[in-house]
Write a protein that binds this ligand. Structure first.
Ligand code: CTP
Ligand code: MG
Length: 234
């Protein structure tokens, strides 16, 4: 089992409404980005972490890495991102060292990813070429047009999609290249693979693996962390 990770930190975190990029905010004493970083950096199967950062924040991230005392296995390379998430991933792909390895792509704003899901995802990607994590939708979903409900969508086939997403290198590179050529933008990497025409396989994840997007997510994040501490203390 060998993979390389593209860890995304090059956004602005506009919806978080904070004075700095949300992945650099503190969550119980550590930067948001350090939670995912710590998990992957100590995974013996992770052969390289490509940390994609805003050019202006590369130095701050380098300093954070230097100070981080977590047990390290995987080397970390900080590279510059682009205007959109998709551009940041594309830049990151050029730093993959070994194209025979699986590439995982993860949002730095998702601190609660756990090892068992990374492993399941990796297995599925090896078998199929493209695998993503997600959870079945719990809420009732309705389609609304001009303020009026036009349809209650059956939940049966609906999943909420998360990261990491894992791919064979050639497939995700070709999918990104085609998307760039066609001017196609997707909200995740799997949608580019779907657009390219290859199947993407679902792996059941955890409802804890939230993305920190708005200020209320920070409150939920602290609750998840204190719950985890309690469990560990048992
Ligand atoms: N991201 C990135 N490069 C971009 C945009 C986003 O690397 N040009 C990263 C973010 O740092 C984040 C992840 O992609 O870890 C998911 O994106 P999102 O939640 O949208 O983060 P932001 O773009 O930072 O937030 P916002 O959209 O509210 O500005
Ligand atoms: Mg964004």
């Amino acid at each position: 089992m060998e993979y390389e990770l593209i860890l995304l930190a090059a956004g602005q975190g506009k919806r978080m409404n904070a004075s700095k990029n949300k992945v650099l905010l503190h969550l119980l004493g550590e930067h948001v980005i350090e939670y995912a970083l710590n998990l992957f950096v100590s995974d013996a199967n992770c052969k390289q972490i490509i940390l994609v950062a805003k050019a202006a924040e590369c130095e701050e991230l380098q300093q954070m890495i230097a100070k981080n005392k977590h047990y390290r296995v995987a080397p970390i390379k900080v590279v510059a991102g682009g205007d959109e998430r998709q551009d940041s991933v594309y830049n990151g792909l050029y730093h993959v060292q070994d194209p025979s390895r699986i590439v995982m792509i993860h949002d730095g704003a998702r601190p609660f990813i756990e090892q068992e899901f990374v492993q399941r995802l990796y297995q599925k990607a090896i078998e199929t070429g493209a695998a993503i994590l997600g959870v079945p939708v719990k809420d009732t979903i309705k389609k609304v047009e001009n303020g009026v409900v036009v349809e209650t969508v059956s939940r049966e086939h609906l999943w909420q999609i998360q990261t990491p997403q894992a791919f064979q290198f050639d497939l995700i590179m070709k999918a990104h290249q085609k998307a760039k050529m066609d001017g196609f933008f997707g909200t995740d990497d799997a949608s580019l693979v779907e657009y390219y025409g290859a199947p993407v396989y679902m792996v059941g994840g955890s409802y804890d693996n939230i993305k920190l997007t708005t200020p209320d997510d920070m409150v939920i994040a602290e609750a998840i962390l204190s719950q985890r501490k309690k469990w560990r203390g048992r």
